[in-house]
Ligand binder design. Structure first.
Ligand code: ADP
Length: 529
C-alpha cells in the first residue's frame, strides 16, 4: 500500500512542537516496519513488564476493528511520502530534484499558481516540499506577534492542493493519505469538492490525526475564499455558516480519525476535554480512536546519550548516580544530601500544570523533596516559580531556558519526574523519564494515564505514581508517596525503575503497526463507500 502524509511539520526540516517529531518518527517507522519484523525473528523479543493491554489500552479494539477483512491490502511499501511546505531557511540536500507544478489557486488571476516541487529521500522516507516563497518564506510558520497570518487558508490550501496535484502528476495509485492536524485537513475537503471525477484522488482513503485539539483551523468565509473557488466554497460551507472549521471538516470527511493516545481519545468525547469538538467526535463513533505515540528509543537512551556526564543502562545503573551528583552540583544543591530531586520539564503553559507544582512546592519541600523546573513560556508562571525558588534556594531551582542538553541531564539525574498536566494528548516527558530510570509522578489524564502504572495501586507492577485530580494537594500527596518509596529504596525501588526502563516504546513495534492496520481499515471503508 502506498502511503502519503501531509503535514505542516516534520523533524528535522520543520518543527515547533511534538507534531514534527511524530510525523518524522512515523514515516521512518512505517518504512522500516517490515525490516524490523524480519529482524525480530533473529532476536529474542524484548520482555515487556506489563500486560500489553496496560500499555496500549484499547488500541487493538478501538482502531483495528474489521482489519482482517482488508488484510489482503498488504504492507506499507516504502518510501512513505511526506508533503511539507518549504519554509524559510529550510536546507535541502544537493540530491534534491526540482520540478515545476501548476496548482489551482482561487486567488491567482488565471486561477493557477506555479510552484516548485522539491523532492529528496532522507531518513528512510521521501520528502516532497511545496516551494512557493510568497506563501512560505516568512519569519514564522503560522503567524507572528499579531496572531495567525490572515492568509493561512490560502497558504495551507496551496500545500494541500499542491500535494494532490503532485500525486496526479505521479499518475500512480495512492492508497492512503494521512492528514496531520488542521493544516492538512483541506485535502479531505478538496477530495470531495474539487477532485470529483479524478479516480486517483477519489480512490484514496484518508486518515486524520489530531495532535492538538486546541488548534482547530477556523477560516472566515473571506479567508476560505483563498482556499476554495466559488463553486467549491458553496459546496464546502453551508449558506448559513460564517466560515469553516478545518479540523472538524477533516475528521468528518476522513475515513478514520484518531488522536495520539487511547485515553485522550476517550476524554475528548466529553464536553470537559472536547474543546467544543466533542459532538463531532462522538458522531464519528467507531471511526475515531486513539493510537499511542511511540518514542524514538535511539534518540532517548541513557546508554548512548552524549549530553550525560556518565552513561548507564538496566544492567549497570552506576552512571545514574553520577548523573545525579553532577546535576545537583550544577543546580547549587547539596550533592551529598540523599533527599530526592523531582524534575519537571515542559512548556510553561497552564496545560502542563507548572502552577500546580509552584503551589505544591512548600508541601513537597516539607516532605523532603527537592525540585528542578525547566521551561519557557508564560511569564506569570515563571514569576510564581521564581518566588518559590527564592524562598527555598537550597531545594527549588527554576531554569527558564529551552535547553535540550539540560533536559537530558534532568531526565537522567533526577530521582523522580513530575508531569501534572491538566490534559495531555500523549506526553513524551513521562516516557523519556521512565526510559531513564526516573519514575514519573503524573496526573491521571490522557496519555499519562495510559502509560504510567501507580506503584501503590499495583504493588510490584508499577512504573510511577499517579494522582487523580489536577490540584496542588493531589500532586503533593503523590510526591509524598513517591518520596516514601524512594527513601525505602532497596530492591523494590530498583525494580520500579527497571520496569519503566524495560518498556519498549519503539515506533516500529507499536504505533507504526497500529497505523498500518488503521490504514487498511480506512482503505476498506473507502472502498465500501
Ligand atoms: P508538548 O505538549 O510540548 O508536545 P511533550 O511532553 O509531548 O509536550 O513533549 C515535549 C518535549 O519537549 C519533551 O521532549 C521535552 O523534554 C521537551 N522540552 C519541553 N520544554 C523544554 C525545555 N525548556 N528545554 C528542553 N526541552 C524541553
Amino acid at each position: 500500500m502506498r502511503v502519503v502524509c501531509i503535514s505542516a511539520e516534520c523533524e528535522p526540516w520543520a518543527k515547533t512542537g511534538g507534531l514534527g517529531d511524530v510525523v518524522d518518527a512515523l514515516a521512518r517507522a512505517l518504512g522500516t516496519a517490515r525490516a524490523s519484523e524480519s529482524a525480530a525473528a533473529d532476536e529474542p523479543a524484548r520482555p515487556h513488564p506489563l500486560p500489553q493491554s496496560q500499555v496500549w489500552p484499547g488500541t487493538g479494539a478501538v482502531m483495528s476493528v474489521g482489519v482482517d477483512a482488508a488484510d489482503a491490502l498488504g504492507e506499507v511499501v516504502p518510501p512513505v511520502e511526506v508533503f511539507l511546505p518549504r519554509y524559510r531557511g529550510m536546507e535541502v540536500p544537493g540530491s534534491a530534484t526540482v520540478r515545476p507544478l501548476s496548482v489551482p489557486d482561487p486567488t491567482a488571476q488565471e486561477g493557477i499558481t506555479d510552484v516548485e516541487l522539491v523532492e529528496f529521500e532522507a531518513r528512510g522516507y521521501r520528502v516532497r516540499l511545496i516551494d512557493h516563497p510568497p506563501a512560505f518564506d516568512r519569519a514564522d510558520y503560522y503567524g507572528g506577534p499579531a496572531g495567525d497570518y490572515p492568509d493561512n487558508g490560502w497558504r495551507f490550501g496551496l500545500l494541500c492542493r499542491g500535494a494532490i496535484e503532485a500525486l496526479l502528476l505521479d499518475d500512480r495509485p495512492v492508497d492512503v493519505i494521512h492528514l496531520h492536524d488542521w493544516q492538512a485537513m483541506p485535502a479531505a475537503v478538496l477530495r470531495d469538492v474539487a477532485y470529483e471525477g479524478y479516480p486517483l484522488v477519489e480512490r484514496a482513503a484518508m486518515m486524520a490525526t489530531i495532535h492538538n485539539l486546541a488548534y482547530q483551523g477556523w477560516l472566515s468565509r473571506a479567508q476560505a475564499a483563498g482556499m476554495f473557488f466559488p463553486d467549491e466554497l458553496a459546496e464546502a460551507i453551508p449558506a448559513s455558516a460564517d466560515g469553516i472549521l478545518l479540523l472538524r471538516e477533516g475528521v468528518s470527511r476522513a475515513e478514520l480519525s484518531n488522536t495520539v493516545s487511547p485515553g485522550y481519545a476517550e476524554e475528548v468525547l466529553t464536553p470537559e476535554f472536547g474543546m467544543a469538538m466533542d459532538p463531532t467526535l462522538r458522531r464519528l463513533g467507531h471511526r475515531f480512536g486513539g493510537i499511542l505515540n511511540g518514542l524514538d528509543i535511539a534518540l532517548w537512551d541513557p546508554a548512548t546519550d552524549a549530553a550525560l556526564p556518565a552513561s548507564y543502562s538496566r544492567g549497570d545503573m552506576a552512571g545514574k548516580a553520577e548523573c545525579r551528583r553532577d546535576l545537583l552540583a550544577e543546580l547549587g544543591f547539596d550533592a551529598a544530601d540523599p533527599d530526592p530531586l523531582i524534575g519537571m520539564i515542559g512548556r510553561l503553559d497552564p496545560q502542563k500544570g507548572f502552577d500546580l507544582l509552584a503551589e505544591a512546592s512548600p508541601a513537597i519541600v516539607a516532605a523532603g523533596g527537592r525540585i528542578v523546573a525547566l521551561g519557557t513560556g508564560d511569564t506569570r508562571l515563571v514569576a510564581r516559580l521564581r518566588a518559590v525558588a527564592e524562598r527555598h534556594p537550597r531545594s527549588v531551582a527554576v531554569v527558564e531556558k529551552f535547553d535540550r542538553a539540560l533536559a537530558r541531564r534532568i531526565y537522567a539525574g533526577a530521582d523522580l519526574f513530575a508531569m501534572p498536566s491538566r490534559f495531555e494528548p500523549c506526553g513524551q516527558g513521562q516516557m523519556i523519564s521512565m526510559r531513564y530510570g526516573t519514575p514519573p509522578i503524573v496526573h491521571r489524564t490522557g496519555g499519562l494515564a495510559d502509560t504510567v502504572v501507580d506503584e501503590d495501586e499495583r504493588p510490584g507492577e508499577g512504573t510511577g505514581f499517579v494522582h487523580a485530580g489536577a490540584t496542588p494537594e493531589a500532586l503533593a500527596e503523590a510526591c509524598r508517596r513517591a518520596i516514601d518509596h524512594f527513601r525505602a529504596g532497596g530492591e523494590e525501588w530498583a525494580a520500579l525503575q527497571d520496569r519503566g526502563m524495560l518498556i519498549d516504546w519503539s515506533w516500529e513495534t507499536g504505533p507504526a503497526e497500529q497505523y498500518a492496520a488503521s490504514y487498511r481499515r480506512a482503505i476498506s471503508l473507502r472502498r465500501e463507500r
